[in-house]
Design a protein around this ligand. Structure first.
Ligand SMILES: C[S@@+](CC[C@H](N)C(=O)[O-])C[C@H]1O[C@@H](n2cnc3c(N)ncnc32)[C@H](O)[C@@H]1O
Length: 274
């Protein structure tokens, strides 16, 4: 979302990206400040992975690097490179930590994964620098301390998705679960943002009532706002048959076809708070 907007709307003045995951945020910071250092490490992982002949050898390599990632012995740059390596070689590109904060996704099966996407990293780096994106780490509320509310602001929230049912309970990106109480707290934060003039927001989440019509959790907590259903192709699902098109919710505090909203280039500031 952030990179799409930076390419599409050159008039944006100030930009913030935030997440609670320190390694994800460090990775953005290295992409911005020293893409070449990250690429150097990724290139060596790429060559090593591709030189391995059997799936077992690739799995062993993956488990060794996952252990290194979790060990606490890797420096921040190495940990960010490992974050990308694991993302590209783990099962379905998932990110999940156990209760002790250890990344625990099993190995994926890939012949030629793109571990070092040099062109993409340089293109992202250029955008992060062109807009001098502020990259912050913490819970989403911290962005309120930095945002200039006297200007026109657009916020996008991409929180952990609420499970559709008891078996699809993947939303544990980090050891601190994002449960229903967290979803409600976020909705109250969004309501409070709406009280500021020129403050627009959009939030995406799972479409729980499509899966279970009596589950109107989001319709209740975002009552009074615009709720659209959009077809999204889900790549991240452990069940291959559920990886196709599903509907997701796109919730906004403005009418989706409001004329002024289409001219998104008029925003002064944008913030991706999660
Ligand atoms: C659906 S993912 C979005 C990832 C992100 N948009 C990206 O691709 O860079 C949900 C994210 O919410 C983050 N998260 C969980 N609780 C949070 C909180 N209280 N404040 C900010 N981010 C949080 C997780 O670390 C995870 O990266």
């Amino acid at each position: 979302m952030l990179f799409f907007m930076l390419q599409k709307f050159p008039n944006i003045k100030t930009v913030i990206i935030n997440d609670a995951n320190p390694t994800l945020i460090d990775t953005y910071r290295f992409i911005k400040a020293s893409p070449e250092k990250l690429i150097e490490l990724l290139r060596s992982y790429h060559h090593e992975y591709l030189s391995l002949q059997s799936q077992q050898a690739k799995t062993d390599f993956y488990l060794r690097e996952r252990e290194r990632y979790n060990s606490g012995n890797a420096g921040n740059l190495e940990k960010s490179a490992l974050f990308i390596l694991l993302n590209r070689t783990c099962f379905n590109g998932l990110y999940r930590e156990n209760l002790r904060g250890k990344f625990n996704v099993p190995a994926g099966k890939y012949v030629n994964p793109m571990i070092c996407d040099e062109d993409l990293i340089y293109a992202d780096s250029e955008l992060l620098n062109r807009f001098d994106v502020k990259i912050t780490c913490g819970s989403y509320q911290i962005v309120s301390n930095i945002v200039d509310f006297s200007k026109t602001n657009f916020f996008y929230f991409d929180p952990p998705y609420r499970p559709l049912n008891t078996t699809s309970n993947f939303n544990t990106y980090t050891k601190d679960a994002f449960n229903d109480a967290s979803q409600i707290a976020l909705s109250l934060y969004c309501r409070a943002l709406s009280a500021n003039d020129g403050c627009y927001w959009m939030l995406s989440n799972s479409d729980c009532s499509a899966a279970n019509p009596s589950d109107t959790f989001f319709e209740n907590i975002y009552s009074g706002f615009n709720i659209q259903r959009v077809v999204a192709s889900r790549m991240i699902n452990s069940v291959a048959s559920k990886r196709g098109a599903v509907t997701e919710l796109l919730i906004t505090n403005y009418a989706p076809n409001e004329k002024s909203m289409r001219a998104t280039g008029t925003y002064n500031n944008i913030t991706q708070a999660i």
